[in-house]
Design a protein around this ligand. Structure first.
Ligand SMILES: Nc1nc2c(ncn2[C@@H]2O[C@H](COP(=O)(O)OP(=O)(O)O)[C@@H](O)[C@H]2O)c(=O)[nH]1
Ligand SMILES: [Mg+2]
Length: 482
């Protein structure tokens, strides 16, 4: 059936002007952030040949997309095709002749039309911020003559003016089966899925294949959510049970300057380990969602957005005071304790929470005053010398667990919002937004609080784990909808 198509597999060629965002559209739709495989570039003409991108599930190719070089001389090509038609109206036959007879003069047009001649559907990508010039009208005309099922995708690379967008829609509406918007740089799961559903409408012939792809996407998303919940559960458990210890002998303990020094060293080790746990979790999340390009530099300079020096900002994170009380965080012995959340949250610093993927916990903690760590003198069994150890454990802040969880939920959301076709900034942008844990239903808050408490004590409640996992899955699902 020719070079690009096979009988049983539905195929769609993505066509349009150079730099319209064809490659970015495919990268986002198919979650490809590999520059080697699919180049997205400001340099025109990066795609010089047709590039087949098969969609496979369980080893079976269900659908195929073809990335193509852009139109280069659409007006001249249109005239040439008209000439081939003589006095008649050009159609698929003339397009087929054009791809064979006019290759020399129109290499790009011939290449991009070839898959259409073989039977591929058309996905025409345009930027509706561009004025609708003759060159575009020529492209639209040529595509109409192919007679193939046609979808036009508006990929606005800036904010289009409403008049211009209306003009594009009207013009495209007369020549295409459907016109839709697809933000190649911002599309999320739902928008990607909707695009496939639109393909169903223009290509009924292969409906079952396309349906299977949509179903597989749904299943995959479900699995990923579970994997992400697993990673976050693991991160929380390891962070909350994290302790670092050092044997300390009597002499060191009795000299304040020495024990202070030791404490400072231990604190540093504690935060380093916490930062490592955070990074491990973030790497897992990125892998789950097939993001390979985002850099995870632990670089405080990369922190952006949230200003934790202000009360409003830290008030957004973790649970509110009464929620903590309601969840049982302050039950038992803490009555009358001063728990100034302001100090607590503030001292945890900004980075972790904001989570520009780029600052680790460490950088974050460095910013403000270090949180009070529990320092236990002795009690860790026989270690060395007189058997006493200095142990540094989690910060006293009642909100510590909640902030860790919030930070991961927010970054998870940032990862989901990150389109694979977006290649310009390496760091993940996570804008300032409200706490996610604060919107949890109260029974979820109490369940998590109980489990957190068991972890903080050093003995995670295994009995509660399945329930905690299920609630985390739900939390991730809810965050996707916002
Ligand atoms: N802001 C923005 N830039 C885009 C978008 N799509 C593509 N670009 C940029 O436009 C250029 C060309 O994109 P590409 O996908 O390679 O276009 P193609 O030539 O049609 O394949 C690149 O510099 C992209 O970063 C978009 O939706 N928004
Ligand atoms: Mg391209």
């Amino acid at each position: 059936m020719g070079t690009w198509l096979s009988e049983e597999i539905p195929a769609f060629a993505v066509v349009g002007r150079v730099n319209a965002g064809k490659s970015a559209t495919l990268a986002t739709l198919l979650e490809i952030d590999d520059d080697e495989l699919l180049r997205i570039s400001a340099t025109p003409g990066e795609t010089t040949d047709v590039l087949p991108l098969p969609v496979r599930y369980d080893g079976e190719e269900l659908l195929r997309f073809l990335d193509t070089p852009g139109f280069q001389q659409p007006v001249e090509a249109m005239r040439e095709i008209q000439k081939l038609a003589g006095n008649g109206v050009p159609g698929p036959a003339e397009i087929a002749r054009f791809t064979k007879e006019c290759r020399q003069r129109f290499p790009d047009e011939a290449r991009l039309l070839e898959p259409l001649v073989e039977g591929a559907g058309v996905i025409y990508v345009v930027d509706p911020c561009k004025p609708l010039r003759d060159t575009f009208l020529a492209e639209i005309e040529i595509l109409r003559w192919t007679g193939r099922p046609r979808l036009a995708l508006l990929n606005p690379q800036a904010e289009p003016s409403p008049e211009l967008e209306r003009e594009w829609r009207e013009r495209l509406g007369t020549s295409f089966n459907l016109v839709r918007t697809f933000h190649a740089h911002d599309a999320r799961f739902d928008e990607r899925k909707r695009l496939l559903e639109v393909l169903l409408q223009i290509e009924e012939h292969h409906a079952s294949h396309i349906r299977r792809v949509i179903e597989a996407m749904d299943n995959e998303m479900h699995d990923r959510r579970e994997e992400a919940a697993e990673a976050i559960l693991d991160f929380l458990e390891k962070s909350l049970t994290l302790r670092v210890s050092e044997p300390i002998d009597v002499r060191d303990r009795s000299v304040p300057s020495r024990s202070e020094k030791k404490k400072a060293e231990l604190e540093e080790r504690y935060f380093k380990k916490l930062g490592d746990l955070e990074l491990t979790c973030l790497k897992k999340l990125l892998k789950i969602y097939r993001h390979n390009l985002i850099k995870l530099d632990v670089d405080p300079e990369r922190h952006a957005g949230l200003d934790l020096a202000t009360a409003e900002t830290w008030q957004k994170w973790g649970l509110s005071r009464w929620q903590l009380a309601a969840a049982g965080a302050v039950a038992g012995g803490a009555a009358g304790a001063v728990f100034d959340l302001g100090v607590g949250v503030h001292s945890l610093g900004a980075g972790t929470v904001i989570g520009a993927l780029g600052g680790g916990t460490m950088a974050f903690f460095k910013g403000g005053a270090l949180p009070e760590l529990r320092v236990i003198g002795g009690g860790l069994g026989k270690l060395r010398g007189d058997g006493q150890a200095m142990v540094v454990g989690p910060p006293e802040s009642l909100n510590f667990s909640w902030i860790l969880l919030d930070s991961m939920l927010v970054r998870h959301r940032g990862i989901l919002a990150r389109a694979h076709g977006k290649r310009d900034t390496a760091a993940l942008e996570v804008s300032e937004q409200d706490s996610l844990v604060r919107n949890f239903p109260s029974d979820r808050r109490s369940l998590l609080q109980k489990w957190f408490a068991s972890c903080l004590k050093g003995s995670p409640d295994r009995g509660k784990e399945p329930e905690v996992f299920a609630e985390l899955v739900k939390s991730l699902e809810e965050a996707e909808e916002k």
